[in-house]
Write a protein that binds this ligand. Structure first.
Ligand code: CP
Length: 327
C-alpha cells in the first residue's frame, strides 16, 4: 500500500490533483485491498446530495464510504427536500424555498465531507460554465466538497476511466508507443451535458500518456480549454484507424449551447467500423441507450470495458474520500 497523506480539500476537477499517477495507484491499491483502511472514516459522515438521478455514482460512493468505515447519508434534494435557490440577492417569492447560503453551512455541520451532483441547465452557458451551483457549496459548506458530476465535469468518472485504461495497459503489449485513445461523439435522442466529454479530455491532457483524438461532427466542438492536447477530427473512420481505446459518448453543442445541430453522417459505431481499430477496447460511462448510442454487437462483445469502468467508480470514490479524510 502506497497511501500518502494528501491535503485534498475539494475534488471538482483534475486541477485538484497534484499527483495523478499516484492517485491512480492509490485507486488500484484500494481495489486490491478494499478494507485496508476500514477504520479511516470511523466516526465520520459523508452527505451525498443529488439534484439529478444516478445509479453508479450514488451506489459506488456509498460502497466506497462504507469500506472506509464511514457513514453515508444520501439526500435527493429535488424529491426529498426544499427547492433550493442559488442566485445571490434572489427575491424568493417563487418556487424556491431555501437558499444555498442557509442550507450549505448546516450541511457542513452535519457532515465531514459533502458530495454534490448537479447537472447543467443547458440554457445559460455562462451560468453553467461558471459552476455557480457547486461553487456555492464550496463557499458556504466549510467542509471538503466532492463533485459527483457538476455542470461541466464528471471527475470521479474520469478517474475511473483512467484507472481502467491503466489496468488494461498493464496487461497488454502496447509498450513501445503511447496508446491511441479516441473519444468519439455518438448519436442520442436528447441533448446531453458536455460533462463526461469535457472531463475525459481534461484528464487525458493531464495524464499525457496517450495519443488523444476527439472525433466529432462539426458544430459539436467542446470548450477549447478542455481539449488543448487533443487532435480534433470530423471524420470518425479516420479517427478510428489504429485506435487502442474508443470512448463513445454523446454531448450537445457548446457553441449553439445545449442544442443538437443536425448531423448528416451516421456516427453510430458498428463492427465494420471497429475493424479499422487495433482491436480497440470500448468505453462508455453508462447509462447507455442501446442501439441508439452504441449497438448491442459492440456493447456485448469482448471489446467492452463498460462493467470494469463502472466497477472502478468504487475505487475512484474510495481513493478521493480517503484523501479527504486525511486532509
Ligand atoms: N456514469 C454515471 O455517472 O452513472 P450514474 O448517472 O448512474 O451515476
Amino acid at each position: 500500500m502506497s497511501i500518502i497523506p494528501n491535503n485534498m480539500k475539494q475534488f471538482l476537477s483534475v486541477h485538484d490533483v497534484a499527483d495523478l499517477p499516484q492517485l491512480i495507484q492509490e485507486a488500484m491499491d484500494h481495489k486490491a485491498q478494499p478494507l485496508h483502511h476500514k477504520h479511516a472514516g470511523s466516526g465520520k459522515r459523508i452527505g451525498c446530495l443529488f439534484m439529478n438521478p444516478s445509479m453508479r455514482t450514488r451506489l459506488s460512493t456509498q460502497v466506497a464510504a462504507q469500506q472506509l468505515g464511514m457513514e453515508c447519508i444520501v439526500f435527493n434534494v429535488g424529491a426529498d427536500g426544499w427547492n433550493m435557490e442559488f442566485e445571490d440577492g434572489a427575491i424568493m417569492n417563487g418556487t424556491t424555498v431555501e437558499h444555498v447560503k442557509d442550507a450549505a453551512p448546516i450541511l457542513g455541520k452535519y457532515f465531514d465531507v459533502l458530495a454534490v451532483r448537479t447537472f447543467p441547465g443547458l440554457k445559460d452557458r455562462n451560468a453553467d460554465y461558471s459552476e455557480h451551483i457547486i461553487q456555492q457549496f464550496v463557499k458556504y459548506a466549510g467542509v471538503p466538497v466532492l463533485s459527483l458530476e457538476s455542470a461541466t465535469r464528471h471527475p470521479l468518472q474520469s478517474l475511473a476511466d483512467l484507472m481502467t485504461i491503466s489496468e488494461v495497459l498493464k496487461n497488454n503489449s502496447i509498450k513501445q508507443r503511447k496508446p491511441k485513445v479516441v473519444l468519439t461523439w455518438a448519436p442520442h435522442v436528447k441533448a446531453l451535458p458536455q460533462c463526461v466529454a469535457n472531463s475525459f479530455a481534461e484528464w487525458m491532457g493531464a495524464w499525457g500518456e496517450s495519443e488523444f483524438v476527439i472525433a466529432q461532427p462539426k458544430g459539436y466542438e467542446l470548450e477549447a480549454s478542455f481539449t488543448q492536447t487533443a487532435t480534433i477530427v470530423h471524420n470518425q473512420e479516420q479517427a478510428l484507424e489504429g485506435a487502442d481505446f474508443v470512448y463513445a459518448k454523446n454531448w450537445s453543442s457548446y457553441e449553439h449551447y445545449g442544442s443538437m445541430p443536425s448531423v448528416p453522417d451516421n456516427w453510430l459505431l458498428n463492427t465494420t467500423k471497429w475493424s479499422l481499430t487495433n482491436k480497440a477496447k470500448l468505453m462508455h460511462c453508462l447509462p447507455v441507450r442501446r442501439n441508439v448510442e452504441l449497438p448491442d454487437e459492440l456493447l456485448d462483445s469482448s471489446h467492452s470495458l463498460i462493467t470494469q469502468q463502472a466497477e472502478n467508480r468504487v475505487w475512484a470514490a474510495q481513493s478521493i474520500i480517503h484523501r479527504m479524510l486525511q486532509s
